[in-house]
Design a protein around this ligand. Structure first.
Ligand SMILES: [Zn+2]
Length: 352
């Protein structure tokens, strides 16, 4: 077993249309390789990923993510109990995903800012009914749903959904966090002031806290967010480590307020990224390179291959290595702090 534990707090492993995990790339109708999501989960487990939070962005995705997570969890335990290796420590230790061949899988329920038109398009244009349907998904899947999201604001992609609609339904979704006492998984792109303003107005509803994921803002921006409430965290992935400026910001995020994620299949660390200068093994941590070899192009896929530039949960090790490098601290210390934070935010007992 690896000596560190991770929780990938954001992975887009389930989507409405075929994705790279089904072998489809760049919107092509031609499948480059068979579905390999279970290989992806096994690789994650091998680098120490104990839990994965699968992010959903619409009602349909939320339903699909919850049922797929449950299916993976069942399969994970079946596979491990079939294995001849009986000396796994602590069968009652399954809560944190130490048992099973996959990490323990969880999901979110919420509507992404770029998809907020759905509130007015589905259910005969009744946002209230759409919200009720989201609530039903949370209620019926309480065993796997661990957060509300992803929701927030994205002003880089207003062509998908205009500002006023985004703002309106970001506000709307706080009701879910409030009703179910769940943390929020938040997305903010180029929307600093409005995002801050809406979050501040609703901070009283955040009894369980929130993570602002895939952070690419400035130091002032994360500082004002962290000052809002001590249960607010900043999520860091490959996109947070692209430029020297990004890396300098990440360097100043306190470890006790940071969470690690991959945002798979997006936000891979690439050779051209500044963060890459902290790695010795090319575009991946040496740990990954040693375990799984060099990633290949989709067409060259063979059973067990990683795909070049497709981010996947095992690469949380790469994100961790870069964060450790820029903070001049150890890989283990970064992993440990962020893992503890993920437990506190998503897995603390509901009575607390
Ligand atoms: Zn996002």
């Amino acid at each position: 077993m690896p000596d560190v534990k991770f929780c990938d707090i954001g992975a887009n492993l389930v989507s409405a249309s075929p994705s790279t995990f089904d072998g489809f790339y760049f919107g092509s109708q031609v499948q480059s390789h068979p579905e390999d999501s279970e290989d992806v989960l096994e690789r994650a487990k091998r680098v120490g990923v104990r839990e994965i939070l699968v992010t959903a962005g619409t009602l349909e995705e939320a339903k699909a993510a919850a049922s797929k997570c449950r299916m993976w969890n069942e399969k994970s335990f079946r596979k491990s109990s079939n294995s001849i290796n009986n000396d796994r420590e602590g069968a009652d230790d399954d809560e944190d995903g130490s048992e099973g061949v996959f990490p323990k899988m969880y999901s979110t329920v919420g509507v992404h800012p770029t998809r907020c038109d759905e509130f007015e398009e589905k259910y005969d244009g009744s946002p209230e009914r759409y919200l009720q349907a989201l609530k039903t998904v949370v209620r019926e899947n309480a065993d796997v749903v661990k957060a509300i999201g992803e929701c927030g604001l994205d002003y880089d992609r207003l062509h998908f959904c205009e500002k006023e609609t985004q703002k309106k339904y970001f506000q709307f979704q706080f009701e879910l966090a409030k009703e179910f006492d769940l943390p929020l998984f938040l997305h903010s792109r180029n929307s600093r002031e409005d995002f801050y303003e809406i979050l501040k107005r609703n901070v009283k509803h955040l009894r369980k806290g929130a993570v602002v994921h895939s952070f690419t803002g400035t130091r002032e921006e994360f500082e004002e967010l962290l000052a809002l409430d001590d249960k607010i965290y900043i999520g860091v992935n490959g996109c947070s480590l692209k430029t020297e400026e990004n890396v300098n910001v990440v360097q100043s995020i306190p470890l006790d307020r940071m969470l690690l994620e991959t945002d798979a299949p997006w936000c891979a660390v690439k050779k051209t990224h500044f963060g890459n200068t902290f790695l010795e093994g090319g575009e991946n941590s040496n740990r990954i390179q040693t375990l799984f070899g060099t990633p290949v192009k989709p067409k060259k896929w063979q059973k067990g291959s990683m795909i070049k530039d497709r981010s996947e949960p095992c690469q949380i090790a790469t994100v961790c290595e870069i964060v450790a490098g820029c903070k001049e601290t150890s890989y283990e210390d970064v992993a440990e702090a962020c893992y503890r934070n993920s437990r506190d935010l998503f897995f603390s007992p509901s009575s607390s």
